[in-house]
Design a protein around this ligand. Structure first.
Ligand SMILES: Nc1ncnc2c1ncn2[C@@H]1O[C@H](COP(=O)(O)OP(=O)(O)OP(=O)(O)O)[C@@H](O)[C@H]1O
Ligand SMILES: [Mg+2]
Length: 394
């Protein structure tokens, strides 16, 4: 293994290669921020359509349009917004409260946020995003229950080959998937069900073929054991953020051993302080295992848009509101189960008294047909209801 080196900027894969990046790290150690940094670096490349295809439940991925307050050493603002295309369930209306115009590298000024319903063919979505360099934002958390979102996710991925064949071959794609275990779980049960199995299989198959579709995939996960082993076998780059090394699977246990050995060796040579144990990494640092097995210590700053902070309200910051139109329907009074059982009893009583009248008429010598005509119902209705009533009475 090559000795550790220090980099100041995330390493991008060689042009023309389409790797799978997997990030592992403890909660809140900067996994999502690292994915966003990569996404925005790939966004700069020509003809690269970038997708952010899962977020946490607080919709953290809606903040691409909000520039960060980063400044260079002369106080010049560096923050930058990126236009978004939201894939939304049909029942969501996108309301723009505060427009966020964005100037594209070619000088066009466009609205920061646009949306398409999830029933739009993927090829159209990719075309729209490419034309205005929009980051395609989707998350299973737009749906309730999330399993519906997983189905839409699987459907989007399933359409990928068809869309790819229909679009210009010069285009490349980047898909960032935060919280990978939600769409590819190996052992977690929280999203179990048909949709969960579907997305897991679809994603594993897709990742295997992604390079044929010129697609780079970047996933993050807290617990490496919670994602499908199929995905692990296909990794190209593994990024390790701060974590307790005992959570690493056996296949990665050599990494902390190597780091510790190298750290101790170098500490005798004064340089040692710069090589950090896995459980002491800062939020802007990570170890990178390269496709050839080399290991380097890397650093990455936050993206140029405002990365979601705990107290941020993503919709307010993006100047939008996603309005659930199902909520506009007139409120129906909520029936308690007591009300419902009382209603059922009243209906049964009314039918019983009706049947008693029909039977009385029948005893008085009327035919079924005459009774049906008298009460304005069909003959078969009278007969079957009376027979059922008599049978139930026995
Ligand atoms: N490169 C960085 N430089 C400085 N601070 C950072 C960096 N990356 C992350 N942080 C800080 O760490 C916080 C958590 O980062 P982030 O949301 O990316 O973590 P996460 O690992 O995705 O968390 P979770 O597991 O909850 O999804 C950020 O809000 C930010 O304050
Ligand atoms: Mg995260």
């Amino acid at each position: 293994m090559q000795s550790l080196r220090i980099y100041s900027r995330p390493p991008l894969a060689e042009p023309g290669t389409y790797p799978l990046y997997l990030t592992i790290g403890r909660r809140g150690q900067g996994k999502s921020a690292l994915m966003e940094r990569y996404l925005t670096l790939y966004w700069e490349l020509p003809d690269t359509v970038c997708c952010d295809w899962n977020s946490s439940g607080d919709w953290e991925s809606l903040q691409y349009v909000v520039p960060s307050d980063k400044k260079d050493e002369n106080g010049k603002p560096l923050g930058k917004g990126y236009p978004m295309l939201l894939i939304l369930p049909e029942y969501y209306d996108l309301v723009i409260n505060e427009p966020k115009p964005i100037t594209l590298p070619d000088g066009r000024v466009i609205d920061g946020v646009k949306s398409v319903p999830d029933t739009t063919p993927l090829v159209e979505i990719l075309r729209l995003a490419h034309d205005e360099r929009r980051v395609i934002v989707f998350t299973i958390h737009f749906y309730q229950p999330e399993q519906q979102g997983q189905k839409v996710f699987a459907n989007l991925i399933n359409q990928w080959p068809v869309a790819f064949r229909a679009l210009p071959k010069s285009w490349n794609y980047f898909i960032g998937i935060r919280e990978l275990s939600e769409v590819s779980s190996g052992k977690t049960k929280s999203y179990q069900g048909k949709a969960e199995t579907e997305t897991k299989r679809t994603l594993a198959r897709f990742v295997r073929q992604a390079r044929h579709y010129k697609t780079i995939i970047f996933g993050d996960v807290q617990n490496p054991r919670s994602i499908s082993p199929d995905l692990w076998e296909m990794e190209d780059f593994i990024f390790l953020k701060q974590m307790n090394p005992i959570h690493l699977p056996d296949s990665l246990q050599h990494i902390p051993r190597y780091i510790e050995a190298d750290r101790l060796y170098r500490s005798r040579e004064v340089m040692g302080q710069r090589y950090v144990s896995l459980n002491r990494l800062a939020k802007n640092s990570y170890y990178c295992q390269w496709p050839n097995g080399n290991l380097t210590l890397e650093h990455s700053s936050l993206p140029l848009f405002r990365h979601h902070l705990e107290d941020d309200d993503p919709q307010a910051l993006a100047g939008i509101q996603l309005v659930d139109t199902r909520g506009k329907q007139p409120d129906e009074p909520i029936q308690s189960s007591m009300d419902r059982s009382q209603e059922r009893q009243e209906r049964q009583l009314a039918r019983a008294s009706q049947v008693m009248e029909w039977l009385k008429d029948r005893d008085a010598g009327m035919t079924w047909k005459a009774i049906a005509e008298k009460y304005g119902v069909t003959e078969s209705k009278v007969k079957t209801t009376c027979f059922r009533f008599q049978n139930q009475g026995k």
